[in-house]
Each structure stands twice: as C-alpha cells, then as structure tokens.
Write a protein that binds this ligand. Structure first.
Ligand code: 2PG
Ligand code: MG
Length: 441
C-alpha cells in the first residue's frame, strides 16, 4: 500500500436513527484506496454537564432532536479540512477537528458530528491497512489486544426507565468466568432467571432503554434482592463467580450534597448516601459502583473512595466525562479508582484514548462504554479490545443494538484467542492506590 492510499478522499454524512427512534449522525469516510469506514454517533440521556454537547436543531420537529445542523457541519466545515489527511494518522485527524472548535464542549461542531467523523476515520484507516479494526486500535494505543470483562445490565432504571427506580443500572459481571463466551452464557442464565422471577410476581413489564428488565419494584433495594435471587436461581453463588455492579448515576437525583430518592420519598445527605451504599456493599456482593455520588460532590466521591476504594471498584462516569484534565484531578484527589471511557463524551478517538492511557498509567480500572441510545455500530467492541480496556459496558443482554457489540467481541475472540480474556483480577487490584503513592501519575 502506498502511503497516500490511506489518505482521506471524501466524507459523507447522513441522518440515521438510534435505538430510541431518535435521529443521529452517520458518517462514511472514503480513502484514496477506495476503502470505506463508517460510524454512527451514540446518544446518552443521563449526561454529565461537562461532556461534549450533541448539536440538535431544536424547534418542534422531532422533539427538537433533529441533526440537520450536525450533518451540515460534517459536510461543510469538517470535510474540507480532512480531505488529503492520512486516515491512519488519527491524531492529525482529531487535531484538525479540534482546531475547528476550541469551545470546551465542542458546541460549535457538536460532539455528535465530531465523534461520528473520528470513529469513521478509525474504521476507514483499518480498512485501508487491510487489518481488523481492533488491530488498528491496538496499533494506535500500543496495547496488547485482550477480551474485556463484560459488565451487563439485568434491570434498567433511572433516566432509562421513566425513573421507575432511582438507581440507573443493576448489572452483573462474571469475573470468575474462564472465557468471554462463558461470561455471556452465565449472564444469559441470570437475565432469564430475573425475567422469570418478575413474571412469577406478575411484574414482567417489558424492557428499559438498554434492554434490561423494566423495574417494577417498590424500593431500590428490592431490585438488589431480586438480582441476588436471580443469580442463585441461575445456579450461581453471589460473590463467587458472579458479582453485582451498580451505576448509581447519582447526578440524576442529587446535587449540592443532597440526594432525593423519589421512589422511597426521602432525601439523604451526603453521609447518609454513603452509609446506604456501604450497607449495600456489605449485603449484596457488590464489586463495582459507578457515580455513587453526584458530579458536583467531590467531597462525597473522595470520602466514598477513601472508605471503600480498596474493596470495590469506584467508577467515574458523569464525574469524569472521559476528560483527561478531570481524570488527573480525580487521581490527585483519590476520588475514584476506575474510569468509564465514552468517546462521544469527549468527542474524538484520540482524546478518549489519551484519557484511557492516563488512567492505565495510574493503575486505574478502564471500562469502555456504550450509551443508552445506540445503533448497530460496533466500533466500541473493537476499541475495548484494541485499547486493552479491562471491561466493556454495553447495556443489557437483549435488543440487537446491545447484542451486536457482545457478538462482535465473540468474533474478535476467535481471532485473538479466548486466553486473552481479562479475568476478575482488575476488580481486586489496589495498584491504583500504590501508583498514586509512588507518584507514577
Ligand atoms: C451511563 C450511560 C450508559 P447514558 O450512565 O453510564 O448506561 O447512560 O448513555 O444515558 O448517559
Ligand atoms: Mg453512568
């Protein structure tokens, strides 16, 4: 391949539709060699206030969610700057995008435009090189490809289920599985068991936005109790091979150190919230908690990590929004011990990879994550493998926009070998704390 063959020859953007039936941006990038790379922007609803902005048209049509302006930005503003740039040089591509929009939240171009372009270029570069996307990602990141531990939702909640319960994601992980495939098989059994428990109580009411069972519970803890029963019904001992993982998404119901649990009609102070989660950790085989406190509650995140950071994984999502500067601050503050990596939170592949590398260097856990609004795009499966992330979070174990990502990991696994599967080690690791002490970051 001549080097110029991987140069970008053209970009095309169009409106397509996501898993909620909302419009979103798809971009196709063509290289001089005639290869095409395609990607679609995902969309979150429980969004951090400091994440890249999705540019929407506003007005009455489509609830204001139109992407006409975002599509035009790709065609008129971004495309002219990228024609002739080598697609394999992801940093040059992303720098050119960033040069067009220095606003903190990519408000001019829209994070939905920039992420679709950046991912499409990544996919086009792999095609031009004639290698699978995960391999190109490994070359970009310098990591050894590995199959991440899946983190899979059983009950949806929060903003993904009409706020039927306050906590957003009730998930499981199977760190005791011997392969990615076995982790999915055990998850499938637990998912099915949870569905039949709901059915027995006459509470089976369909699925939430990410495919987890719709939560018909009278209090948040009932979801945890039911999840424990489902794990047992599936023939597993909670805390043994299977552990529970929560995304509290506390910014959705808390701010300024106060947390309003609407389902239970009570408001908790910061300390009470920490005590409640601490009791759940003791009682329910919980190994990982995401956003236990709100994005504005640094004091709470620090206190929580101080107390529980050696027992459980504490993930910053809305708290960090895949932003390297916020991550560095959190490392100094010891405010969490793992980071969720969502490319559309920051807007480009290079910025997301930079954040992941900083986390890895500091010994923090790394979880590549989808959004609640997703599509058939499977770029994140390739990124999770090629970036050597320890975990992958894609939502539940139903609905094809979710299953497409799990299934893609299985296909990749056949190429790189099941022995690359990341077992439960990262969850038990306290390397992050030691690295901070030794000044490795
Ligand atoms: C999250 C994500 C995915 P959303 O909070 O982690 O579950 O939700 O995409 O709506 O921000
Ligand atoms: Mg989250």
């Amino acid at each position: 391949m001549r080097s110029s063959d991987s140069s970008i020859a053209g970009l095309h953007a169009r409106r397509v539709w996501d898993s909620r039936g909302n419009p979103t941006v798809e971009v196709e990038v063509a290289t001089e060699s005639g290869e095409i790379g395609r990607a679609i922007a995902p969309a979150g609803v429980s969004r951090g206030t400091r994440e890249a902005i999705d540019l929407r048209d506003g007005g009455d049509v489509l609830g204001g969610l139109g992407v006409g302006r975002a599509v035009l930005n790709v065609q008129k503003l971004i495309a002219p700057e990228l024609i002739g740039v080598d697609a394999t040089d992801q940093e040059a591509v992303d720098e050119a995008i960033i040069a067009l929009d220095h606003s903190a939240l990519k408000a001019r171009l829209g994070g939905n435009s920039t992420v679709a372009v950046s991912l499409a270029v990544m996919n086009a570069a792999a095609a031009a090189k004639g290698v699978p996307v995960w391999q190109h990602c490994a070359e970009l990141s310098g990591a050894t490809p590995s199959l991440p531990l899946p983190e899979i939702q059983i009950f949806g909640g929060g903003a993904h289920a009409g706020r039927r319960v306050d906590i957003q994601d009730f998930m499981i992980m199977v760190p005791g599985a011997s392969s990615f495939d076995e982790a999915l098989e055990i998850t499938s059994e637990v998912y099915r068991a949870a569905g039949s428990l709901m059915s027995q109580k006459g509470a089976l009411a369909g699925v939430a936005d990410e495919g987890g069972w719709w939560p018909v519970f009278n209090h948040n803890e009932e979801a945890l109790e039911t999840l424990i029963r489902a794990i047992e019904l599936a023939g597993e001992k909670p805390g043994d091979r299977v552990v529970i993982s929560l995304d509290v998404a506390a910014s959705e119901f808390g701010s300024k150190g106060k947390y309003r649990l609407a389902l239970e009609d009570r408001e908790l102070g910061r300390e009470e919230m920490i005590r409640l989660l601490g009791r759940w950790i003791d009682d329910y085989a919980i190994a990982s908690i995401e956003d236990p406190l709100a994005e504005d509650d640094k004091e709470g995140m620090r206190a929580f990590t101080q107390e529980f950071g050696r027992r459980v994984q504490i993930i910053g999502d809305d708290y960090l929004v895949t932003n390297t500067a916020l991550l560095e601050e959190a490392i100094t503050d010891e405010a969490c011990n793992a980071v969720l990596i969502k490319v559309n939170q920051v807007g480009t592949v290079s910025e997301a990879l930079d954040c992941l590398k900083v986390a890895r260097k500091a010994g923090l856990g790394t979880i590549v994550s989808a959004r609640s609004g997703e599509t058939e795009d499977v770029s994140i499966s390739h990124m999770a493998v090629g970036f050597g992330a320890q975990q992958i979070k894609v939502g539940s174990f139903s609905r094809s926009e979710r299953m497409a990502k799990w299934n893609e990991c299985l296909r990749i696994g056949d190429r790189i070998g099941q022995d690359t599967f990341v077992s439960g080690k990262p969850l038990a690791s306290t390397d992050w704390a030691r690295n901070i002490r030794e000044g490795a970051c």
